[in-house]
Design a protein around this ligand. Structure first.
Ligand code: ZN
Ligand code: ZN
Length: 411
């Protein structure tokens, strides 16, 4: 077999190098050869996994991942990934050969496995229809790039930009508190969706940095300082807060086309650590001052959009405060200070950051209009009309300005 001969030649070339005297160019070539031989060996394991499965008489027999883990001396997660590869290679013709030839690595196969995990049969076979294109894409990209390409393809085929995952994550967010009777320690356990998590992380990291600076703290364990930072953040008891902004910024990454028109085949819509966020959520976050959307133009370079253009200025907030005592939804009494300043015509669609286009909305109603498919319009008398996703008008004025007939409370 050709792949075997090539792998053997590559192995010979590897052992012929004296690493102790090699220069950088030789080291680069060596590492690339090692990677290619490793891919070949991974393809052998794919065949082994298939054969183990075929030999198994009952479910009590060892699984491919057990055999590859135990005999191959692999830690569990690696063994699990290796055990899953035969299945992926069966579903996506071409990946097996590409692995044997060393044109892709097992990381590419794992990325594909991850992106297609849990897909229904129809979508999975739709993805399989792109097997040739995917092999080519894998051969020409790093694992991280390929992961993104797989994700984009699955998003396009399912029409799901991560909204269903985000919905589940938001539904599952929780925080448990209890006091341990034995130790007397107060305990806290929280699970957060990525959007909430990123905001908390940013706040904690920003404050932790200043806690670390305090005298005597350089020797303290990080866990203890993080606990201090958490308590001070939540209770507002910050000894050294000065006039730093109270809420640190969170960056999200999105490209113009996606922001304006929705998903396309090279869509980017994620947190700075790569976690996917639904496009509608990012559009909502664009109304928030604490979110910094990093917009990318068609060439993949960041487009500079100043915050001044995007979010309400302090002066505009004060003006709005004098017009609204609470959320701009006529039947909502969430206080103004807890509201985001929403652009009635979204700024990515040309809506201006001018008073006539700005409306305070509480978190619930802000979510409704960005993520819930509701449509909010406002006429020049500031009468608000809200249409449910099926077109039913739920509220229609009276002008909310009437609510501010009495003079606003002194700020
Ligand atoms: Zn908004
Ligand atoms: Zn509201």
């Amino acid at each position: 077999m050709d792949a075997v001969r090539v792998a053997r030649e590559r192995f010979e070339a590897i052992v012929a190098v004296d690493v102790t005297v090699a220069d950088r160019g030789e080291l680069d070539r060596l590492v690339s050869l090692v990677g290619q031989v490793r891919s070949f060996l991974d393809s052998v394991e794919v065949a082994v996994g298939r054969r183990v499965k075929a030999l198994a008489q009952s479910s009590a027999d060892a699984s491919p991942s057990e055999v590859l883990g135990n005999k191959g001396r692999r830690p569990k997660p690696e063994a699990a990934a290796a055990g899953a590869r035969p299945g992926v290679c069966d579903r996506f013709p071409g990946f097996d050969d590409a692995l044997a030839n060393g044109t892709i690595g097992s990381g590419h196969v794992d990325a594909l496995a991850y992106a297609t995990k849990g897909l229904d049969d129809a979508t999975a076979s739709a993805v399989a229809g792109f097997a040739d294109a995917l092999v080519n894409a894998a051969a020409g990209s790093t694992v991280a790039e390929f992961e993104r390409e797989c994700r984009n393809l699955v998003e396009l085929l399912t029409g799901d930009d991560g909204s269903s995952t985000a919905e589940r994550q938001q539904r599952d967010r929780r925080c448990n508190r209890w006091i341990d009777k034995k130790s007397g320690m107060w305990k806290l356990f929280a699970e957060l969706d990525p959007e909430a998590g990123a905001k908390l992380w940013a706040a904690l990291d920003a404050h932790l940095a200043s806690v670390k600076q305090r005298a005597g703290n350089s020797e303290q364990p990080l866990e203890r300082l993080t606990a201090d930072a958490l308590v001070e953040c939540v209770t507002g008891s910050r000894p050294d807060s000065g006039d730093r902004p109270a809420v640190p910024e969170v960056s999200v990454l999105i490209d113009w086309r996606t922001l304006r028109d929705g998903l396309h085949d090279t869509s980017v819509h994620e947190l700075s650590n790569g976690t996917t966020l639904p496009v509608a959520s990012i559009r909502r976050m664009c109304c928030e001052a604490v979110i910094v959307p990093v917009l990318m133009g068609p060439d993949g370079r960041p487009v500079d959009v100043g915050r001044e253009m995007r979010t309400a200025t302090r002066k505009q907030r004060r003006m709005l405060r004098s017009m609204y005592r609470s959320c701009g939804h006529p039947h909502c009494d969430t206080p103004f200070d807890w509201c985001d300043i929403h652009h009635v015509v979204p700024w990515e669609q040309g809506g201006s950051t001018d008073l006539h286009n700005l409306l305070p909305l509480c978190s619930k109603h802000h979510h409704l209009v960005h993520d819930g498919g509701w449509r909010l319009t406002m006429d020049d008398q500031r009468a608000v009309r809200l249409r449910s996703p099926d077109g039913h008008v739920t509220i229609d004025g009276p002008p909310v300005t009437a609510r501010a007939a009495s003079p606003p409370r002194a700020a």
